[in-house]
Design a protein around this ligand. Sequence first.
Ligand code: DHB
Ligand code: FE
Length: 276
Amino acid sequence: MNTQKREVRNPRLNRVFDDLVDTLRNFIRKHNLTYEEYHRAIAFLAEAGEKGEIPLLMDVFLEVTVDDVDHRGWAGTETTVEGPYYVPNAPEMASPAVVPHRANEPGEPLIFSGTIRSSDGVPLAGAILDFWQSDAEGRYSHFNIPEAEAPFNLRARVKADQNGRYELQTWVPAAYEIPKAGPTGALIKALGGHPWRPAHLHVRLTHPGHATLTTQVFLKDDPWIESDVVGAVKSSLIRGTTRTTDPAEIRRRGFSGPFHTLEYDFVLPRQMAKAA
Ligand code: DHB
Ligand code: FE
């Protein structure tokens, strides 16, 4: 029992942290945790820290719930988790844009487009769509691809046009496998689960006077669409791509082989002006 006299400076911190400790102490009692398990937990967390996996670990197991709770009453496109692979300050580009890529970028091209609107239906001219994804081999730039090798690969901040339309050319992503080499992957394996996330495109949309929308668009035919290790898939966020193989159309677009298109319209909740 802690009998310390406290000078409470931040009541929310005291309430939330005390409850966390209480919850964990009850958890220890409920499961009769041994010293061996306690030390195993400490070693696991220390390893996660050393290997830079704390964000991944937290996001895999807890972020969906934060997303749920923090977006209660949300009036826009359904949100889902940001995940651990967002990098701020990606190159700014006007729509239509071709995202930064390597000369030999693997996979088939994908044209991702749509309209960004306010919750009252008005198109949001100049809205910023901050975009990121893994490549066709399931690797994120700055994490699984060294930053020096391909800075901001498949990442961009695309500015919508006067009609709130955005269009960007990227490459169809593959499913993403949580790294097996690290403690998070080892834990998932020890639990008997699989480490896969279905292929997805990440977006973070902003416009003045509107709440920021962070979500993902999931590719329909992915084998992991119903068993995302993170549990972040929502049916309204699933879309199929249309694959074009017509040579004339391929030539017209300037591609050298089949390409895909995917349309998704986004809605950002208008923010109430704060009462004076
Ligand atoms: C998580 C999210 C991702 O988008 C991803 O590619 C990998 C992991 C996550 O929430 O843990
Ligand atoms: Fe992701």
